[in-house]
Ligand binder design. Structure first.
Ligand code: 4AD
Ligand code: MG
Length: 441
């Protein structure tokens, strides 16, 4: 191709290929795979937006054929050629490659470590920085981005202001057993935040309706498919709001996120072979049951849980199996919830709390409720939980100066995205998972 013709060729992403059928385009990416069949080569290119098969015949494009033949996987390439519909090709289109530029050729002596065969998950996690290049992983991360965008759009549209809570904190929010201690400056101790809640409570008294969306940390000693030590949480908080307001907000948020992914990430859901019909059903209102009734459901299913016990993954799975949409369990015993939970005036042994349990065994994706607004009760609860009162003086100020009923919740992003994607473990839905025995790479 001469220079003038080359200059007129549009540079596109693979996801845009369909709009260019019949035309000649340039794509910039990497060689994902190469199939050689005599005088024909079938490279598969990836560029992060998708994969596309190319076809090169030795007879027609001797130079391109020579440059691609034997080219190692993950070499970076810029390919130009005509796009045509091909039902059998992944993505539905292929490129008749007429020009190729190899940007970096991977050394034959040091081949790309991740082959297209199945690898063990530890092998892949050790190479997470490369694993994210595989089309399935890239699709999951694009779905995660869509979920984040949709969540922010929904919250903004509901009149909530995005605020950011600190990551270094002086005290525990969700119990002292999962607290990461940090050596702060000059021998001071600080802790990585477990939840931005206490801070969004202050911000709600300042701005009305707020949310924070950022990383949170739990020194979880659990090695389950639902636990990370670092995960992202979206936490709304509203002044003059009650339990019911938050349940409705949570239903709206989760539905909006799921429907946005279904609409805007169709190709990615297809790529990871997710059953979309079960996601299309996710519309409010969601089924609700009280903790009391959840205990009955469990006992009927032969589970030994008694009133007053907390639910683990097994119990959540039994309850969620009863429904095809997320289920809201509300009014847990106050004794098993955090110190800040308001109690039900009609039955003070119950807290005005709720959890949302995702379908298909993905477990709790949301926890929240109404907060204690009364100063004296809050001081009593801090003492009962052996929490250092001096670190909570600022928080008590919120009850000294114009305390109002207020409520909020926290949505775990990775658990939500793992459910939307149908992944086996939540470690696949965060770029670099931090877990019990893993902080590398
Ligand atoms: O139920 P949790 O502990 O609630 C709170 O932290 C409240 N302070 C939130 C609030 O009311 N503002 O956590 C909320 C959600 C859980 O439902 C779950 O989705 C997720 O955060 N989560 C985790 N996700 C991954 N790994 C972990 N170790 C998680 N712990 C909680
Ligand atoms: Mg919880």
């Amino acid at each position: 191709m001469n220079q003038e013709a080359q200059a007129a060729v549009p540079i596109i992403t693979i996801e845009q290929a369909g709009a260019h059928a019949g035309g000649t385009v340039t794509i910039r990416g990497w060689l994902y795979n190469l199939r050689e069949s005599g005088k024909l080569l079938f490279p598969i290119f990836r560029d992060g937006t998708g994969i596309m098969q190319g076809v090169v015949s030795q007879k027609e494009h001797l130079e391109v054929f020579g440059a691609l033949k034997g080219l190692p996987q993950e070499s970076s390439v810029i390919a130009t050629g005509a796009i045509r519909a091909e039902a059998r090709a992944p993505g539905g289109f292929e490129m008749g490659v007429s020009a190729i530029e190899v940007v970096q050729r991977v050394a034959d002596a040091e081949p790309y470590p991740i082959q297209l065969k199945e690898h063990g998950v530890d092998f892949l996690l050790d190479r997470r920085h490369l694993w994210i290049r595989t089309p399935r992983q890239a699709a999951i991360l694009r779905i995660r981005a869509e979920a984040e965008r949709a969540a922010r759009n929904f919250m903004d549209a509901q009149g909530y202001t995005l605020t950011d809570a600190p990551i270094f904190t002086p005290a525990a929010c969700e119990g002292t057993t999962t607290l990461f201690e940090v050596n702060y400056i000059d021998e001071q101790k600080a802790y990585l935040t477990q939840s931005g809640q206490l801070y969004v409570e202050a911000l709600a008294a300042a701005l009305g309706k707020v949310y924070t969306f950022g990383p949170t940390f739990r020194a979880e000693k659990s090695k389950t498919r639902r636990h990370l030590t670092e995960f992202w949480m979206l936490e709304p908080e509203a002044a003059y709001a009650h339990l019911e307001d938050m349940i409705q907000l949570a239903e709206g948020l989760v539905s909006a996120v799921v429907q946005s992914v279904v609409k805007n990430r169709t190709r990615e859901l297809e790529m990871i072979e997710r059953d979309v019909a079960s996601l299309q059903k996710i519309k409010p209102p969601f089924p609700r049951i009280t903790y009391d009734d959840a205990i009955k459901v469990l006992q009927k299913a032969g589970n030994p849980t008694k009133w007053g016990d907390d639910f683990g993954g097994d119990e959540e799975t039994i309850i969620s199996k009863e429904f095809d949409r997320p289920v809201v369990i509300h009014r847990y015993p106050a004794a098993m919830k955090a110190f800040y939970m308001a109690t039900d005036a009609a039955r003070p042994e119950l807290s005005l709390s709720f959890d949302m349990i995702a379908p298909e065994g993905y477990g709790e994706i949301i926890g929240g409720g109404e907060r204690l607004a009364d100063y004296d009760t809050l001081v009593r609860r801090l003492r009962e939980h052996n929490l250092p009162e001096e670190s909570f003086q600022w928080y008590l100020d919120l009850r000294r100066y114009g305390s109002v009923p207020h409520a909020g919740f926290g949505l775990g992003l990775e658990r939500t995205v793992a459910w939307i994607c149908g992944t086996e473990h939540i470690r696949e839905v965060i770029p670099f998972p931090r877990m019990l025995y893993r902080v590398y790479p």
